[in-house]
Every structure is written in C-alpha cells, then in structure tokens.
Design a protein around this ligand. Sequence first.
Ligand code: MG
Length: 361
Amino acid sequence: MTKQNVVVAETKSGLAITVSVSNSSSLFSTVGHQIKPPVVTTPTAGGYIAISPNKQLLKKLETGGMNAWVESMRASSPTHIKSIPTSLSSSIQDYTSWMHHHPSALNMFEQITSASKGKQIVMFLDYDGTLSPIVEDPDRAFMSEGMRRVVKNVARYFPTAIVTGRCRDKVYSFVRLTELYYAGSHGMDIKGPSKSSKNKKVYKALVERTKSIPGAKVENNKFCVSVHFRCVDEKSWSPLADQVKSVLKEYPKLTLTQGRKVLEIRPTIKWDKGKALEFLLESLGFANRNNVLPLYIGDDRTDEDAFKVLRKRRQGFGILVSKTPKETSASYSLQEPSEVMDFLHRLVEWKKVSLQSQSRV
Ligand SMILES: [Mg+2]
C-alpha cells in the first residue's frame, strides 16, 4: 500500500478566485484591489484517509503528543496495530490528533448550544465546499434542495449570512433565498434582506445632490448606497460624478466603487472574510459581544480570517469543513457538506424545541 499524502491544488474551481476591482474607464479613479487566490486542498480519490503534509502535527507526534485513544488502541490491540503499514498508522495518528484538537461540531453540539445560552446565534456560511460540493465546473456548484430547505429554516431562527469569494450575484443564483445576507467577493460586496438606517444620512445627501440630474436613482442598500445612472444621459454623467464626489468629501471613511451603470458608496475597509464577519455583526446590531454567539462554517483558506477573528474576540466558534487535518484557527470540524446539513438541521430542531419549552413556561 502506498502512502496517500498527495495534495491537489484546486485551480479549476471557482474557489481559486482573483477578484479585481479596478476599472480604467471608471468615472472616478478607483484603487485596484486584488485578493490572492485561495488554494483548496482535496484528498486523492480512493484513499483511506488522505493527509496533507503538516509539519506541526508531525512534530507534535514526534514529541509525544499522541492522542490517548490511539495509545489505548495500541495497548489493547498490539498485534492488530503492528500489522498496519507504518504510513497508514501514522495517518490515523495524525487524523486522531487533529480531531482531538478540532472535534466534530456534531459531537460537540450540546457544548455549542449551551454556550449560546442568553445569546443570539448568528450563522455565517461559506458556499463552495460548505453548502455545495466542490465540482470541476464552478458554474455547476449547485446546492441540493435538502440543503436549501435547511438553510431557509436556519434563517427563520437565526440571522444568517453567506460569506463567499464568489461575486454576490453568482452565489445568490445558486442559493436563491431572499431571507439571507450575502457577502460576496470575500465581503467586499454585501447585501442584506432589509434596509438599515446606517446609511440614511449619506442616502439623503445623495438624493438631494442628484435630484437635478434626470434619470439618476439613489438606492439605500443595507451596507452601501448605490447611485444608478443607467437612465442618465451620457452628457450628464460628469455633473453626476461631481455631485457624488462632493458628498464623498464629507464622508472620508467612505469609498466609491463602480459597477455596471452604478456607483456604490461603502465603508473603506480592507476586506477579507474576517472583516466581513465583524462588519456584518456590527451592522446587524450585535456590536455588544455579550449577547451574540457567531458560528462560522467554511472550508477555505480564506475562511481562516473569520476563524481568527472569532478566536481573537473570544466569541463564538469557527467550524472547518475538512476530511483531512489542516492547520486551522477553527474550534471544531465537520467532514463534508452532508455533515454541515446535519448540523444545521440539528440546530433548527434544537431551537424549535427550546422555543416550545419557553412558551410553556
Ligand atoms: Mg469554500
């Protein structure tokens, strides 16, 4: 038997994304913003347990950090262990040690729900590899109907956001649930189900300044204000740009990006999924850390930014979706999207029961 320790860099899927926000034909000069493509590791087919090379884990094992379960397994079945090839045996040890540090969120379900006592769970979900399987063609990364149903139910009980490297419209076309928040392009592009008062001042100022320009339409989204100019005559684009610029001067913390016939005014933040998580929590009214328990489920290297934020804030739990040991700041793990579905389903059922028991009191 050969050692199954091959790591495949997934370069064809939509996860290996470079998001570039720069537009030479922009009405305004915008700063180019590039996000490094995340690398996703996948196990080789047919392997018993595929292990990615992890020096830290190996070092831990060398220095005696062996999991007690493996020790007792050895003690109780010496002949059996002896018969396992060294490579496979060390793979099991690696995996067991990793699972000891990042136990299954399904096995830790009671601990997670009891940590949410008196707090609002806010659910953050990556899309590819978390809600949908990783597929060759990123345009075909569909989620199952079962997964859609359970995510819809989760959103009934908990504020729920999809945080993805994909563009927001693309991921929305897969998920098609209006009750969720969507943070696309690693959070650079956020849209929520309802409007907030946060942007009201900017919105009012833009409405006021652009009302003399026929066709200009200002829209107050939850996290950004959009000025649509698809119905504005081209000769008025320059005066419109001047008006928008004059509003921006009053709000130096805001930045402007340009989409197709739309100008979007949003906070200046160096975006990653961690910043998106913080921004979403604050915007949803959960700036107070004592009343919220964020749960973030993701499988990407880019999700580590969000896991790190939760660790730093000592708040909530990161859950890594992975079949193989990986260096991660997540607290818990789930093996694959089907386990994510089980976890979300259990969360909904738990919430239903706890609401019923509350109403009986
Ligand atoms: Mg992913």
